[in-house]
Design a binder for this molecule. Structure first.
Ligand code: SME
Length: 137
């Protein structure tokens, strides 16, 4: 286990690598369960600052993944009624949960300005990233 500063540096570096190398990954960030509260708290991210630093479980795409424990791929955010808009430029979103000892402790959240950009490959790749991230938490 790393100290929290090193952890955040690692997580930020992962966000930067993903955002810089995948053209349709335009906002990349981590949310984590906030202590023992039923809410998510924003962790390291790259992209436009968001007002949504705290997201209650069940709310938005992120909040739904906190309770479903499942990947959520959204090809068109406008078609979702339980969605929290951060920026009008966002067209699609993918959220993949992070598990430590079987517990859903957080997630990676990626927004795209490209409509319907995410494939099964993105899911597989991001699941791998999340499994690697779990090892340093
Ligand atoms: N769109 C997310 C909120 C987080 S922002 O994308 C950074 C949601 O609906 O949960």
């Amino acid at each position: 286990e790393k100290n929290s500063t090193d952890k955040d540096k690692c997580l930020l570096a992962i966000c930067e690598l993903l955002e810089e190398n995948v053209p349709y990954y335009n906002w990349v960030g981590f949310y984590f369960k906030n202590g023992d509260k039923n809410e998510l708290k924003l962790g390291p991210y790259v992209g436009e600052p968001t007002d949504h630093v705290i997201i209650p479980f069940g709310k938005g795409i992120c909040g739904q993944v906190a309770v479903s424990n499942k990947n959520f791929v959204v090809p068109d955010v406008q078609a979702q009624d339980n969605y929290i808009a951060c920026s009008i430029s966002v067209k699609a979103e993918i959220v993949i949960p992070i598990f430590v000892n079987g517990e859903n402790v957080g997630q990676i959240d990626i927004d795209s300005g490209t409509p319907d950009p995410f494939s099964k490959e993105d899911e597989d790749f991001l699941e791998f990233i999340c499994a690697e991230v779990a090892k340093i938490l």
